[in-house]
Design a protein around this ligand. Structure first.
Ligand code: Q0Z
Length: 285
């Protein structure tokens, strides 16, 4: 068996080929805010995200097949089935935020979905919507309407991916709400396996792919604080940072406070002590 071959790097993780059929995803402790990776890592952030993702894959595998094959003993690596990825990301939105709020304010629609008039920022939508996006080469995703997504994926493929994304969002949002966390929106990547089966891939319902809001204090009409990153964002901005590269180095108390928020999200959602995960990552499966 040969060494893993690096296939690609994201802002905060790497992807390797193990062989023709399997990949290794490795989540680092790097953190990005306002699209800039900060020079200071958050200890265990990659383990929290890997463990959470594996938790959701394990609990939704009967609803939607997924790529997960195994978890590494380091807690930050996932062995997964190599798929033919769909050329669109599936964002499911249950609340009005981010680019959805921007697009709604500009014309009452998000990716072609007509929404009721008079909705406020961060308001819960009448029902969750799927807003596909294409992966722009560098950085930002481009929202597209569902007709365009059908052209890119094929009608049947898109319909299957859409239903899969909605089903996993509904499961995770209900689970999270029962534990005091609002899953405002989340981005899924799906692929097709060797048998033509639409399969959930990449990471699932992590703080990096989603907006997690504390249910406590939720109030529409303004942006909501991020469950995981608000500490970091507030501290960075109060230094006078202009949101361009490079970001500021974080002091120890901001690192510790941010780590505690990630661990709290993990423990609330999984009901598993994070130290148990560190001792044996497979406890989430
Ligand atoms: C995921 C990405 C990362 C950079 C490719 N199961 C799969 N089969 C085929 N391709 C992928 C997957 Cl997950 C795949 N990405 C996103 C992940 C670093 C980019 F860790 N790219």
């Amino acid at each position: 068996m040969s060494d893993p071959v690096l296939l690609g790097s994201g802002k905060v993780r790497e992807i390797y080929a193990l062989d023709d059929d399997r990949l290794l995803l490795v989540a680092s402790d790097r953190i990005s805010t306002f699209d800039v990776v900060l020079p200071t890592p958050i200890p265990d952030k990659g383990r929290v995200l890997t463990g959470l993702s594996a938790f959701w894959f394990a609990r939704t595998r009967e609803i939607v097949p997924n790529h997960l094959l195994d978890l590494g003993d380091d807690g930050r690596s996932t062995v997964c089935r190599r798929l033919e990825m769909l050329p669109v990301e599936m964002v499911v939105r249950g609340y009005l935020s981010g680019s959805g709020w921007v697009d709604y304010q500009a014309g009452g629609k998000i990716c072609g979905h007509e929404l009721p008039a008079g909705l406020r920022e961060s308001e819960r939508l009448p029902e969750p919507i799927v807003t596909p996006a294409t992966k722009a080469a560098e950085g930002h995703d481009l929202n597209i309407d569902e007709d365009e997504a059908v052209r890119l994926c094929g009608r049947e493929r898109y319909a299957e991916a859409r239903e899969a994304a909605l089903a996993v969002y509904r499961f995770a949002a209900q689970h999270a709400e029962q534990r005091g966390i609002i899953l405002a929106d989340t981005k899924f990547e799906l692929g097709v396996d060797a048998d033509g089966c639409v399969t959930l891939a990449d990471e699932a319902v992590t703080p990096d792919s989603s907006r997690f809001w504390p249910a406590d204090g939720y109030a529409p009409g303004r942006p909501q604080p991020s469950f995981d990153k608000q500490f970091v964002r507030d501290w960075c901005l109060q230094t006078g940072w202009d949101r361009t590269y490079p970001g500021p180095e974080l002091p120890d108390d901001v690192v510790a406070g941010t780590r505690a928020r990630y661990v709290e999200a993990f423990e609330r959602l999984t009901e598993i002590e994070f130290d148990r995960y560190l001792a044996d990552p497979k406890v989430v499966l």
